[in-house]
Design a protein around this ligand. Structure first.
Ligand code: HEC
Length: 171
């Protein structure tokens, strides 16, 4: 039993070591320090798996999630301008473990997508992905590929799942 636990632990270590990250291309985290003043994409916190693509990531389907977009990307998100998003767009998602944590605003996991200048990271659609621990993923890094491979299901809306078009189609 102990040997099995050790094996699982070392396997996890190997897996996370394999997920390479990349040097920041986008702005420092202070760029989203005031996100609570941004346009809130989710009128109410969402739970469950509204897109059907979530699986166990972003704290899983039992988490309560809220999404925000900065002023640069707001018109596209709200359907007032066409995709793709302009450079400088920041999409941010808060994931709370459960409803009580949401109400208390306790320890949300923050994941972020930053739209870079065109051609900066073709492999990720010029998005920089930021994990809750601050690690960045662009280009052919493991983290960039991990986030991209699932956000690719939203390729028609520039890798962004939740926006006004999503709500129109799911009314
Ligand atoms: C297995 C699929 C999957 C993976 C992997 C994934 N996401 Fe997501 N992500 C989603 C789904 C589905 C949503 C839509 C909102 C929801 O259901 O919570 C989403 C929403 C988001 C949003 C809000 C913008 C939007 O598209 O609606 C951000 C920001 C985000 N993810 C960042 C990340 C980052 C950073 C990573 C990698 C560390 C990542 N995601 C990996 C499925 C995934």
């Amino acid at each position: 039993m102990k040997a099995k636990l050790l094996t699982t632990a070392s396997l996890l270590a190997i897996l996370s070591a394999c997920m390479s990250t990349s040097d920041p291309l986008g702005p420092p985290a202070s760029a989203w320090g005031n996100y609570l003043s941004w346009y809130k994409v989710t009128p109410q916190a969402e739970t469950g798996d509204p897109t059907g693509f979530l699986g166990s990531v972003h704290d899983g389907s039992r988490a309560y999630r809220q999404i925000y977009v900065n002023a640069v990307g707001e018109a596209v998100n709200r359907g007032q301008a066409g995709f793709p998003y302009p450079e400088g767009t920041i999409l941010l998602k808060e994931s709370f473990n459960n409803e009580a944590a949401l109400e208390a605003r306790r320890n949300p996991d923050i994941t972020v997508m930053v739209k870079l200048a065109q051609g900066s990271s073709p492999a990720t659609g010029d998005w920089e992905y930021v994990r809750p621990d601050g690690a960045r993923g662009t280009g052919d890094s493991g983290l960039g590929a991990f986030c991209r491979d699932c956000h690719l299901f939203a390729a028609a809306t520039d890798y962004n799942f939740i926006n006004s078009r999503f709500y129109e189609n799911n009314r």
